[in-house]
Design a protein around this ligand. Structure first.
Ligand SMILES: [Zn+2]
Length: 95
């Protein structure tokens, strides 16, 4: 018999790995958000940020106006065009 792990031991290992992974993921997400806020705050301060209201979902999207950075006209919130109303899956519902 070699050091084969029991199912219980294996489960414990998995649980530990999972919580470690979650901790790492959360830390990375928090860090990314901080960076995002910094960058957008800075760009806004420099007047290098444009805010567009999505024609489809009404979400206000901020995007940088920088050389070398290509902006997509696709709304990150609803995935449709920021500038043109798409009637594809128009539900007829009103807010
Ligand atoms: Zn949208």
């Amino acid at each position: 018999m070699s050091g084969k792990m029991t199912t219980k031991q294996l489960q414990q290992r998995l649980d530990t790995m999972e919580s470690e992974f979650h901790g790492f993921g959360n830390a990375a997400a928090t860090e990314l958000m901080k960076h995002n806020q910094l960058i957008y705050g800075l760009l806004s301060d420099l007047g290098k940020l444009e805010t567009i209201k999505c024609e489809n979902c009404g979400e206000e999207i901020s995007r940088p106006i920088l050389k070398g950075i290509e902006n997509t006209d696709e709304c990150p919130s609803c995935g449709k065009s920021l500038f043109a109303v798409t009637l594809d899956d128009f539900t007829g519902e009103e807010e």
